[in-house]
Design a protein around this ligand. Structure first.
Ligand SMILES: Nc1ncnc2c1ncn2[C@@H]1O[C@H](COP(=O)(O)OP(=O)(O)OP(=O)(O)O)[C@@H](O)[C@H]1O
Ligand SMILES: [Mg+2]
Length: 255
C-alpha cells in the first residue's frame, strides 16, 4: 500500500516545496517508487523538478475529471509528478462548486496511488478546498514551519484544523511531526522553538529533532538547476540536515 504524505503550512515560504523535493529525491535514490502531487497553483514543485505544463494536463483537469491519471502524470528524475500551474487557481471556483468537492483528489488518485511506494503532496500556503482534498487523501501530515512566533502559532491551529477536517469524515490521519526550517539557532529562534514544541506536545505532536538551517545559496541554485540538493550540493551541510530530517520523517510515517 502506498504511504501518502503531505507537507503543509498555511503560511507561505516556509520550505514546504523544498522539503517535498528533497524527500522525493531521497526516496527515489533508495529505489522507492515515488509519485509527487503538486496541489499549489504556484506550481513551484513542478518547476523544481523541471516539468513544463505547456499544452499538458495538470492536477486541475484531473480533479475536474477532464483528464485521467495516465493523461496527466509526467516522469522526472525524482519520480512521477501530477503537475500544477496557475490554471488550478483559475478553476478554483468551478472545483469548489462541485458536489463532493473535498473528495475529488482521493477519487482521482485512489487506484493510481497503489502503483507507488510513496505519494508526496506539496500543499499551497492556504487552508482551502485544495488542502481539504489533501487531508482526505493522505495518511500522514508533515508540518513545515519556521521558528517564528506567527509560524509556530499557526502550526498549532493547523493541527486542530487537520483533525477537525478528517474527523468530520470519520477518517484518521497521522500528524507525523513538525519540521523546523530556516532555523538560525538564534536566541529568539531557540525560545520560539521551545515554546512551539510545548504547544505541539499538548496536541500530542512532536517536532523532529533535526531542523534545517538557513542556506539560501545552495537551495536557490538547486532550484535554478532543477536538481535536488542530493544532486546539486551533495556535500553541503543543508543536504546532510535534510537526509537526517527525512530519515526521521520516514520513521514517523511508518504505517
Ligand atoms: N532552509 C532554507 N534556507 C534558506 N532559504 C530557504 C530554505 N528553504 C527554502 N528557502 C527559500 O525560501 C523560499 C521558499 O521556499 P519554499 O518554496 O520551499 O517554501 P514554501 O513553503 O513551499 O512556499 P509557498 O508557501 O510559497 O509554497 C524559496 O526561495 C527557497 O529558496
Ligand atoms: Mg511551495
Amino acid at each position: 500500500m502506498a504511504n501518502k504524505i503531505c507537507f503543509i503550512n498555511q503560511k507561505g515560504g516556509v520550505g514546504k516545496t523544498t522539503t517535498t523535493m528533497q524527500t522525493a529525491a531521497y526516496l527515489t535514490k533508495n529505489g522507492k517508487r515515488v509519485l509527487m502531487v503538486d496541489m499549489d497553483p504556484q506550481g513551484n514543485l513542478t518547476s523544481y523538478v523541471g516539468v513544463s505544463t505547456e499544452d499538458r494536463n495538470t492536477v486541475a483537469e484531473l480533479l475536474l475529471g477532464e483528464a485521467g491519471f495516465e493523461e496527466t502524470v509526467q516522469s522526472t528524475p525524482y519520480g512521477d509528478i501530477v503537475p500544477s500551474d496557475e490554471v488550478l487557481g483559475f478553476k478554483e471556483m468551478i472545483i469548489t462548486g462541485k458536489v463532493g468537492r473535498e473528495l475529488l483528489l482521493s477519487k482521482a488518485l485512489k487506484a493510481a496511488a497503489e502503483q507507488y511506494d510513496y505519494v508526496l503532496v506539496d500543499c499551497p500556503p492556504a487552508i482551502n478546498t485544495f488542502v481539504y482534498n489533501v487531508f482526505l487523501f493522505v495518511d500522514n501530515v508533515v508540518i513545515v514551519s519556521e521558528p517564528g512566533v506567527f509560524s509556530a502559532q499557526g502550526s498549532g491551529k493547523l493541527i486542530e484544523t487537520v483533525r477537525e477536517t478528517t474527523g468530520a469524515y470519520d477518517r484518521k490521519i497521522n500528524v507525523a511531526g513538525v519540521l523546523f526550517t530556516k532555523n538560525n539557532n538564534t536566541k529568539l529562534a531557540d525560545t520560539v522553538k521551545a515554546s512551539a514544541e510545548a504547544l505541539f506536545e499538548r496536541h500530542g505532536v512532536k517536532a523532529f529533532r533535526t531542523s534545517i538551517g538557513t542556506f539560501p545559496a545552495p537551495i536557490g541554485e538547486s532550484q535554478m538547476a532543477c536538481q535536488s540538493l542530493f544532486d546539486y550540493a551533495p556535500k553541503s551541510k543543508v543536504t546532510q540536515q535534510y537526509a537526517a530530517a527525512i530519515e526521521e520523517i520516514l520513521e514517523a510515517v511508518k504505517q
